[in-house]
Design a protein around this ligand. Sequence first.
Ligand SMILES: *[C@@H]1O[C@H](CO)[C@@H](O)[C@H](O)[C@H]1NC(C)=O
Ligand SMILES: *[C@@H]1O[C@H](CO)[C@@H](O)[C@H](O)[C@H]1NC(C)=O
Ligand SMILES: *[C@@H]1O[C@H](CO)[C@@H](O)[C@H](O)[C@H]1NC(C)=O
Ligand SMILES: *[C@@H]1O[C@H](CO)[C@@H](O)[C@H](O)[C@H]1NC(C)=O
Length: 293
Amino acid sequence: MSLRIIVVLAVLTGVTGSPSVTIRPEADSADMTAHPNSVPETVEETEFFGKQNVSVEEEAEEDVMATGELNPNHYPAQRAAKVVQHYLNTQYGSPFRLFGLHNVQSGNAEDVADSGRKYQLEITVQEIISNTTEKCPAEVLFPRGEQRRSPQVQASCEELLKNTKAQEEALFKQYKMNPSLLSANNIPDSFGHMEPDSRPLWHLGIVASSFVMLNESTENTLYNMAQVANITQLETENEQLKFDCHILLHEMVSQEIIHWKLLFTWSPPEGVKVLQMEQLPHCHEGAKPPNTS
Ligand SMILES: *[C@@H]1O[C@H](CO)[C@@H](O)[C@H](O)[C@H]1NC(C)=O
Ligand SMILES: *[C@@H]1O[C@H](CO)[C@@H](O)[C@H](O)[C@H]1NC(C)=O
Ligand SMILES: *[C@@H]1O[C@H](CO)[C@@H](O)[C@H](O)[C@H]1NC(C)=O
Ligand SMILES: *[C@@H]1O[C@H](CO)[C@@H](O)[C@H](O)[C@H]1NC(C)=O
């Protein structure tokens, strides 16, 4: 297993600002960009990690979980901190509010009797759209037991919870009043571009994906959102917008691209709620998914 991690130093002009985003591909996967089905693996890392650097000399320690004070730049602290990002998105994310992990200041891990392992972290969280950061204390418990349960997170980043109600209401109204139902594919495309109109759908896709990434995370994973393969608005009678979407997640430890199908709703007062999540059969890059029928 390779623990290569992509340290992307490309600086973007931001999630809101520029009409198109160009991603500098990873040097040793440059050939992938020519492939029409290739996944822009570095997009979310670029947006969410910014200039953060993660050093990963720790492969040898994989089996023995680090305990006590952690190196904030190493995987155990970074993985736990990443779970906080997903948690914040599930709680407070919207098309106008997205959280990213900026960096980790300090971390501590301990075994908690029979219940699991607890990480206490001091991290800097970034609200990507307003490009503001805040230092936040956070705690992540990875439960232990027969049955895998999702990590439990406590975090407080009050200053990042800016009021985005007016923008949300305006977008919601625009989507509700559209004469036809929205749909879009490949956000961003394999060159890392997306249309300005697709940007709110990309943000909604990231928030919905955070529910999966939070639920699926363990001490041994590092999930990033790679792409919204497609997203389709569904008819609703109530005051919600409903979307069906197919997303691609990048699990950076195994270097796998994982496909999920999600059904979620969004409204300004309720936020994003995931109604169904289903992992789709593994399909290798460029290969057809197995025919299961
Ligand atoms: C975000 O803010 C930082 C510090 O205030 C600044 O250096 C950086 O250029 C900003 N990034 C964007 C994308 O505007
Ligand atoms: C990257 O890591 C090095 C060594 O840990 C540190 O000195 C440097 O400030 C870091 N850079 C950023 C942008 O975080
Ligand atoms: C979260 O994951 C667990 C274990 O895999 C699963 O049982 C549960 O249904 C998932 N939650 C949701 C909301 O799908
Ligand atoms: C969505 O994208 C996935 C992955 O590329 C594809 O398998 C699926 O058929 C697409 N669905 C729709 C409705 O376009």
